[in-house]
Design a protein around this ligand. Structure first.
Ligand SMILES: [Mg+2]
Length: 176
């Protein structure tokens, strides 16, 4: 049971992806990131990333932090967001399979122990990252409005996160 739980445990937590400055990432030993899209970089239903998120991605690039998208959403919306953010998209099977992240690592050419999976969901993003054995960063969603299927998952996610925190397997709250 603890083994399964550990696979869901994020190593780091942030209130929002925007808090992940190059300085914060470097302090955590991270110099490349694989990024979820929906509600990590773009709110559900929004046409594209906000100017703040575009500026954040540019800030990473300027600081030499490599980044790519590893979205499960394969629509034209992902390609449009990738273009707006000037980020490559990793191909591959859906998270929580680690396949897409393995391809993301190859795309970035970065060391697995210094490449973080960053996302807003434990059961896809964090699980896929832990399966691959890379550092994981669990970020708060950009917007509270989410599709019904995600809201249902959040109920279970909150309970699992509380258990992880009680067991000392996850940070008690956002560190940044
Ligand atoms: Mg997401």
């Amino acid at each position: 049971m603890t083994g399964c739980l550990r696979l869901l445990a994020p190593r780091y937590r942030a209130a929002s992806v925007l808090r992940l400055t190059p300085a914060v990432l470097r302090a955590w030993g991270i110099d490349a990131v694989m990024l979820d899209l929906d509600n990590t970089l773009v709110p559900w239903g929004a046409p594209g990333p906000s100017p703040a998120v575009v500026a954040w991605a540019a800030g990473l690039r300027d600081a030499g932090v490599r980044a790519c998208l590893v979205s499960n959403n394969l629509s034209g919306r992902v390609r449009a967001a990738a273009a707006a953010l000037d980020l490559p998209v990793a191909p591959g099977r859906f998270k929580p399979s680690a396949d897409k992240l393995r391809r993301g690592l190859a795309l970035l050419g970065s060391a697995p122990d210094r490449t973080a999976m960053v996302g807003d969901q434990l059961f896809t993003d964090v699980l896929a990252g832990n399966r691959l054995g890379v550092p994981t960063v669990f970020v708060g969603p950009l917007a509270p409005a989410e599709p019904l299927r995600i809201r249902a998952v959040r109920v279970v996610e909150r309970a699992v996160l509380a258990l992880l925190v009680r067991r000392g397997l996850a940070p008690a709250g956002p560190q940044v």
